[in-house]
Design a protein around this ligand. Sequence first.
Ligand SMILES: NC(=O)C1=CN([C@@H]2O[C@H](COP(=O)(O)OP(=O)(O)OC[C@H]3O[C@@H](n4cnc5c(N)ncnc54)[C@H](O)[C@@H]3O)[C@@H](O)[C@H]2O)C=CC1
Ligand SMILES: CCCCCC(=O)/C=C/[C@H]1[C@H](O)CC(=O)[C@@H]1CCCCCCC(=O)O
Length: 254
Amino acid sequence: MKIEGKTAIVTGGAQGIGEQFCRALVDHGANVIIADLKKQRGEDLCRELNKQYRSNRAKFIQCDVTSKADLQNTIHFAIKTFGRLDILCNNAGVTEIGNWEKAIEINFTSVIRGTKLAIEVMSTRNGGHGGVIINTASMGAIFPIMGGPVYSGTKFGVLGFSRSLSNLNASDGIRVNVICPAFVRTEMFEASIPNYIDSYGNDFQKKMKKHIVSPVLVARGMIQLVEDDTKNDAVMRVTGVRGIDYYKFQESKL
Ligand SMILES: NC(=O)C1=CN([C@@H]2O[C@H](COP(=O)(O)OP(=O)(O)OC[C@H]3O[C@@H](n4cnc5c(N)ncnc54)[C@H](O)[C@@H]3O)[C@@H](O)[C@H]2O)C=CC1
Ligand SMILES: CCCCCC(=O)/C=C/[C@H]1[C@H](O)CC(=O)[C@@H]1CCCCCCC(=O)O
């Protein structure tokens, strides 16, 4: 897909990986809706992007992805403002620390709901232009995370859900892909460092160095998934050791 002139929604777009998604999409000429709980951060990013690109292509909307009304409102806002929706990045996510039930709602249920709502407006069967949905999972969607079983479970869920939509490309013109980063230096990661140090000791950061990736690299991967029309049902890994590559699952025998 040529990104210039297309419209994208990025949930959790105010900071971290989502922020880099927004920056990369605007840089490639897209209209971007930054959908996040954090009003100040989102509005500041929006202002900065519009100033940098001398445009009005970035918009912020306060959105709690666990609210169906907020998600609907975000999609309506994209259509009302830019006339179309082409790209949805279901990216908002949290760790399970403190509230594992909430982590399931944010990391998994909201990805399902966001995807379903976007399909309604993107589908070529409903008069839409088709599009691309990129769901942020994690390497913890491929391997279990002993210290984060619920987090990992939600990400296994995101991966299974997304891959089970591979037929949408043929029927509705919508490609669905998953991005699986390893540890990414964001506020989520930084906030977890004390837990890692508890588990692995003070030299954890040194040992982990080669496994930590930058959110900019994750955004580069997302752009590749959007631009490359052959990518459907793709599971992209973004790791410190291999960089950007694709994970191959065994084909179903059914
Ligand atoms: N940082 C890491 O090591 C990794 C992160 N991921 C995944 O990447 C995604 C982004 O994570 P980071 O950027 O690292 O986290 P972050 O904590 O830096 O940013 C997450 C953003 O999501 C927003 N958010 C949280 N709950 C929300 C809600 N209910 N509604 C709307 N927005 C909400 C936050 O306000 C924040 O702006 C998450 O899905 C995370 O699980 C995947 C692999 C590794
Ligand atoms: C192979 C695992 C890669 C995991 C990539 C990922 O999604 C990491 C996310 C963490 C984020 O940086 C902050 C977190 O709390 C997320 C969950 C990590 C739990 C790991 C616990 C380590 C342990 O104590 O075993």
